[in-house]
Each structure stands twice: as structure tokens, then as C-alpha cells.
Ligand binder design. Structure first.
Ligand SMILES: *Cc1c(COP(=O)(O)O)cnc(C)c1O
Length: 703
């Protein structure tokens, strides 16, 4: 008994379990009810379940399964024969330090907001799988990102439930004497202290800095309250803690990284701390800059202007005065490093510019985004043409195992030894697919969609109850024998992401009459599931949510178009595995990459997207559908109209007829051909194993 509890506790304290189907099932099996209630958090689960209860649930089978999982876990941790040991042995010795303001590793660890965090989470997991010596650096946000709920009017409200270190697998970083390791920072005229935690993510470690300690003045304790919370002042403070604090932490830990990877500009102040150290060692300023540059790589993530942090001269002066004096750096010298136009005395300090100026490599996150970034930042390099701008690209991917539901994982294991084999190359994927019959593939689709619909029914009942619209919604299905108006026989589209306005969530409602006909077609109907959060300050995004919610309540759409509250990693996993088609309709070329569509592929989902981000690289005419071919119109209204027309055309003339075109056994043979094509072409390419290998060989290794 004690042995079993210890094993479970051990497992719960390394997030490796979050991408292992059997490990997850073990926790769920202990108590499916508590597992749901604690948001799939095994540390909480083990705290809530009593010994007697635990005992009652343990049988021989459970013990055997636990032994199995534990053995695999231990083998994983001690594995010496990894991709990195074969291909980049130097990076199994020296550390890659990866800085990111958010990490989306699992829904129970709420230190992420959206795509950037999910990407960081998937990056660190693949780095662990590949065997790199890898640490992540971020902040511990005690309130995380907000929980979304909607009022009766469909307006987004935000709520910030606390998360406690004791409820998470957080370990405290201590010094040689066992005391809390404390980092000292200069912010404005104060000394601000930060303590550090770490999370075990497989073989990698994720360090989290935390200013919420009694020794700090109260407004500094709050620096790390919320992901991207507060005003500009809070923002700069967060970025000082992340960048400068992160470098100081690594130093205190005795880690001398081979490379610092800045994932987005939020952490770019790390270059300033590296520079200060060089100068303190008496290195000439120009040489010092060159040294810093040699150690850093930078990934930019958005062509949207508001996505790049900019601070006023006054704010920079206020926040950095004491730091600069202590380190003997002139204020004007610092400003120049982050200025787009150094001859303009009022120029804002831009974190992206600082990062570009002080890194040896920079990249965008898709081929198209690389091109856009080269145009966007040409002036920084005084380059003649965009082609001369030294910004490359590495296209984003997903951590396949994390995004493959238990059911789908088991499905593929009937035909191959591992998901890694399935996604190792197009040829391998085709070999595996040759063993799968259309009936089996269709069965998978049907089952996954039914799982999603069951989930939605439970989830929505809760949501509608607190919105006080429960009965009006349920009326829609009073004529049916089943209580659930959604049907697994109906073609299902999913749309879920942050409600940034450029993503145009309501585009499909451009022509209500046409959509009404499509949704309510007597033999070929359609249903749509929406989800997504707007940033708390983004009223335009909140209006989009409200518009969609109002549409879901129209009589002709009731029970056929659904909005799910509080999009997060958990809801995302349900949605991407269940829907037939994943819709993405941003204004091109605003979506730097996007990754959510990649998550649907191994579940047999198909992408339907504007050719933006990763999609133009992946789309081959057969593995999904494109909304237009990248036509650019001169104003937003014309563009929206154009794109909406294309969307309806493809939907009505291609997607819907293909889905409902069945053989005698009621199998959509042509549809499944596309599904196979998508699995073979997208699975092997758009994953973080490929992505991290690219980063390693192109950027982490010094040539
Ligand atoms: C994958 C994911 C994202 C990123 O989606 P995009 O397609 O890049 O917009 C955002 N949020 C969650 C919860 C996700 O799982």
C-alpha cells in the first residue's frame, strides 16, 4: 500500500504523466469524479482521496498497471540513447535555456494564456523526449490567466481563481544550505526579491520565478499575479523579473547555457543582464555586445503591431535608473538597443528590436511569417531589400503525444508500435495507414465525435444553468428522444482560439440566410462548435463573442451552433479530437503560424483555412481545403466579404457534399481519402519533434 502511494506520488510530481495515456488513466481510475473536479490534477487528486478510499479501489490489475507505467517512466528518465546523444552530444552536456512568458503544459498548471504558451509547453516536452539538456524559464502566476464565463447577455466576464503551490507539482529551489534561493533585482529605486520554483517536465526542468514573498512591498508582490495582467508598468516589471531575474537564477544555479532562446520579445531584457556582466568583467562595449549576441537566439511570433511590447522613454528611465547606475550603463546606450529609429529622441523602446539587435539568429514561425517579418523589420538592419534581412523561419508544430486523446492513441497502437513511428515520415505513415480499413477509420471518427458530444452535453448543462438560459436551450431538443440536440451523424465544424479580432471568429455569420440554409439542410446538415477567450481589455473581441452567443440563441441555430465557455487546454483537447473540420479564417497574413489545426489531424480531422500561417506550406490541394488563394483586397470590408463568399462556396460545393457522399455501407470513401492524405502529409511534418530538431541543428548549435 505504501509502495503504491509512493509510486503514484512520484508520478504526479513529473508532468511526464500528462503525455502518457496509461499514466493518465491510472489517475482517472482512482476516482473519475474527483479527477474531473480537480481539473485533472493528480497532486490534488491524491490530496483529496482518503487512504481507505484508495485501498478500496486498488486491485491486482491496478498494481500491475502502475508497475508498468512506473517502469516506463523510470526508463524514460534514465534513457541514454536519445536523438540528442546521437546527433548533438554537446547539447546533452551544455544547457539550452528557453525563456517564455507562458507555458501551456497541462490544463491543471494555469501559467499560460494561449498559442504562445501551448507552443512553449510543446517545445519543452519535445526537448525532453529528444534528450536535449534543456531548461525553461518563466514566472509563477498565482492567479494564472482568467477563467471565462458569460453573463446572460453573452458578455465575457473574468474570474481569477488562485492556484496554490501545494496543489501543483512545484518544487522549491534551494541553495546549498537548504534555504530558499532568493534572487535580488533592481526595479525603479527598489530592491525586489524573487524566489524560484521548478516543475519537472520529463527530463527537462521548468523554472518559475515568483515575487509573491513577504519581504517584498505589496505592489511588487503582485508582479507575478496574472499572465499578461495589469498595466504597462506591471508589464515591464514582469519582463524585468523574467529576463534579468532568469539570467541571475541560472547563474545562481551554476548553469552556463550554450544558448539563450528568447521565445517572443517578453524576455529580451535577459540580453541587458548578459551585457552588464560582460561590462563588469571589463570587456569593451562593442565586444561585449558581440559576446552577448553570440549566445542568444530569438523567435518572433506575430506580425500584429499590438503583439510587440513597447515602453516609453520615461517608463524605461523610471524602471531602469538604479539598475543602470549600479551597472555603469548609460541610459542612452540602453535606449539605442531597443529603438527602431535611434535618431528620434521620442522613439519607444521595443522589446522585439532589443531581441533582434542582440541575437545571433532570429526567426519567424512559418515560411510566410518569415517573409512578413523580413519586410517588417528591414529598417532595423538598414537592409536594401527584405531578402537581405537575417530573419529565417522554423514552422511551429505540436507535441503529438500530448495532443492525441487516449482513445486515438490506443487506436493507432493497434497498427504501429508508437506515435513516433506513425509521424516519423510520410512513408511510415502510409505503411501504417495501409493496415487501417475505411470502416475502422470511420469508426474512430464516429466514436470521437460521440465522445465530444457527450462532453458538450455535460459541460453545457453547467454553463447554461449559470447563464440562466438552461431551459430555453433545452427546449430545442424536447421533440427528440435524446436530450442532446447535437448528433454524431452530422458534419461538425470546430472553431476555437483566442478571440483576437484579426482571427474573425464571426466570419461564417456574414450571410445569415445562407448559413441558415446550410445548417438546416434536410439531408446534409451542419453543426458548429465555438470556443475562445478575448483578452480582458479587448472589448472588440468580447463583442465578437457576444455576437456569436446571440446567434446560437436564434431559433434556426439553437442546438446546432454552440459556444463553449472557458477555452483552455482541456476544452481544446476535446474539441480537436471530436470535430470533422477545423475552421480557421484570419486576415492574411496576421496569423504567424497557428497550431490548433495541426492537433486535429491524427484524430482524422480536416483543416479548412485561409492560406495563412502554417497552412500554405502544408496544403497540397487534397489534405484539406483552402479559403481563397491568398487574394489581398484593399479594405477590411471587401476582404471579409470576399473571404466569406469563398468560405461558403467551398463549404457548400466541396466539404458538405464530400462528407455526405456515402457508399453502400454508409462510409464516406472520398472523405476518408482526404483524412488519410492529411495524416500522411501533416502528421510527420507539423510536430515539435521536427521543430525542436530544426531549432537545434539550425540555431542552437553554433557553426
Ligand atoms: C493550440 C491552442 C492555441 C493555439 O491555437 P491557434 O490555432 O494557434 O490560434 C490556443 N489556445 C489553446 C488552449 C490551444 O490548445
Amino acid at each position: 500500500m505504501r509502495h503504491i502511494i509512493e509510486s503514484l506520488q512520484n508520478l504526479s510530481r513529473n508532468l511526464w504523466w500528462s503525455w502518457d495515456t496509461e499514466a493518465k488513466e491510472l489517475f482517472k481510475e482512482l476516482s473519475p469524479l474527483i479527477w474531473e473536479r480537480v481539473n485533472h490534477n493528480p497532486v490534488e487528486l491524491l490530496r483529496h482521496i482518503s487512504h481507505d478510499e484508495l485501498k478500496a479501489r486498488l486491485d491486482c490489475e491496478f498494481g500491475k498497471k502502475l508497475d508498468n507505467v512506473t517502469k516506463r517512466f523510470e526508463a524514460y528518465l534514465s534513457e541514454k540513447d536519445t536523438w540528442a546523444s546521437k546527433h548533438v552530444p554537446s547539447l546533452t552536456e551544455k544547457t539550452v535555456a528557453y525563456f517564455s512568458a507562458e507555458f501551456g503544459i497541462h490544463e491543471s498548471v494555469r501559467i499560460y494564456s494561449g498559442g504562445l504558451g501551448v507552443l512553449s509547453g510543446d517545445h519543452i516536452k519535445s526537448a525532453s523526449d529528444l534528450g536535449l539538456n534543456f531548461v525553461g524559464i518563466t514566472l509563477f502566476y498565482k492567479e494564472g490567466y482568467f477563467r471565462q464565463y458569460l453573463n446572460q447577455e453573452g458578455w465575457q466576464l473574468e474570474d481569477y481563481p488562485l492556484q496554490y503551490p501545494e496543489s501543483l507539482p512545484l518544487e522549491k529551489v534551494t541553495d546549498a544550505d537548504g534555504n530558499d534561493l532568493i534572487i535580488s533585482l533592481d526595479i525603479a529605486q527598489s530592491e525586489v526579491l524573487a524566489q524560484a520554483w521548478y516543475l519537472n517536465v520529463g527530463r527537462a526542468k521548468l523554472y518559475l520565478l515568483d515575487t509573491n514573498i513577504p519581504a517584498n512591498e505589496s505592489h511588487y508582490r503582485d508582479i507575478c499575479s496574472r499572465v499578461y495582467g495589469g498595466d504597462q508598468n506591471m508589464r515591464i516589471n514582469q519582463e524585468i523579473v523574467l529576463g534579468i531575474g532568469g539570467v541571475k537564477l541560472l547563474r545562481a544555479l551554476g548553469i552556463d547555457p550554450a544558448v539563450y532562446h528568447m521565445n517572443e520579445g517578453h524576455s529580451a531584457f535577459l540580453t541587458v543582464e548578459l551585457l552588464a556582466k560582460e561590462l563588469a568583467n571589463g570587456v569593451e562595449p562593442e565586444k561585449a555586445k558581440a559576446h552577448v549576441k553570440e549566445q542568444c537566439v530569438f523567435t518572433t511570433h506575430t506580425p500584429v503591431a499590438a503583439g510587440h511590447d513597447r515602453f516609453s522613454r520615461d517608463m524605461m528611465h523610471y524602471s531602469f535608473d538604479r539598475y543602470l547606475q549600479k551597472n555603469g550603463i548609460a541610459f542612452e546606450d540602453l535606449l539605442r538597443l531597443g529603438s527602431e529609429n535611434p535618431s528620434n529622441p521620442h522613439d519607444l523602446f521595443t522589446m522585439t528590436v532589443l531581441a533582434l539587435n542582440l541575437s545571433r539568429n532570429a526567426n519567424g514561425v512559418s515560411k510566410l511569417h518569415g517573409e512578413v517579418s523580413r519586410k517588417m523589420w528591414r529598417h532595423i538592419y538598414s537592409a536594401e531589400s527584405p531578402g537581405d534581412v537575417p530573419i529565417g523561419h522554423i514552422t511551429n508544430g505540436i507535441h503529438t503525444a500530448s495532443w492525441t486523446s487516449g482513445f486515438t492513441d490506443k487506436f493507432w497502437h493497434r497498427y504501429t508500435d508508437s506515435l513516433d513511428t506513425l509521424t516519423s515520415s510520410q512513408d511510415e505513415a502510409l505503411k501504417v495507414l495501409a493496415k487501417v480499413t475505411d470502416e475502422e477509420l470511420w469508426c474512430l471518427r464516429y466514436r470521437l465525435k460521440r465522445n465530444l458530444i457527450d462532453f458538450i452535453y455535460r459541460y453545457l448543462s453547467n454553463q447554461l444553468f449559470h447563464q440562466h438560459v438552461y431551459t430555453t436551450y433545452m427546449e430545442a431538443d424536447s421533440s427528440k428522444s435524446s436530450k442532446n440536440p447535437l448528433s454524431p451523424d452530422v458534419l461538425t465544424i470546430g472553431f476555437a482560439r483566442r478571440f483576437a479580432t484579426y482571427k474573425r471568429a464571426p466570419l461564417i455569420f456574414s450571410d445569415i440566410e445562407r448559413l441558415t440554409r446550410i445548417i438546416n439542410h434536410p439531408t446534409m446538415p451542419l453543426q458548429i462548435i465555438f470556443a475562445g477567450k478575448a483578452h480582458p481589455h479587448d472589448d472588440a473581441g468580447k463583442h465578437y463573442i457576444q455576437q456569436i452567443v446571440e446567434h446560437t440563441r436564434l431559433p434556426q441555430f439553437k442546438g446546432k451552433i454552440i459556444f463553449l465557455e472557458n477555452y483552455n487546454l482541456g476544452v481544446a483537447k476535446r474539441m480537436i479530437s471530436g470535430v470533422d473540420v477545423w475552421l480557421n479564417n484570419p486576415i492574411r497574413p496576421m496569423e504567424a503560424s497557428g497550431t490548433s489545426g495541426q492537433k486535429t489531424v491524427l484524430h482524422g480531422g480536416l483543416n479548412f483555412s485561409v492560406p495563412d500561417g502554417w497552412w500554405p506550406e502544408a496544403y497540397d490541394g487534397q489534405n484539406g481545403w483552402s479559403i481563397g488563394s491568398g487574394e489581398v483586397l484593399d479594405n477590411h470590408e471587401a476582404q471579409n466579404h470576399h473571404d466569406a463568399e469563398k468560405l461558403y462556396d467551398v463549404l457548400e460545393n466541396q466539404i458538405i457534399p464530400t462528407f455526405y457522399d456515402r457508399n453502400v455501407d454508409n462510409i464516406p470513401v472520398k472523405w476518408l481519402k482526404k483524412v488519410r492524405k492529411a495524416i500522411a502529409t501533416i502528421g510527420p511534418e507539423y510536430n515539435t519533434h521536427r521543430m525542436v530538431r530544426d531549432y537545434t541543428l539550425k540555431y542552437y548549435l553554433k557553426d
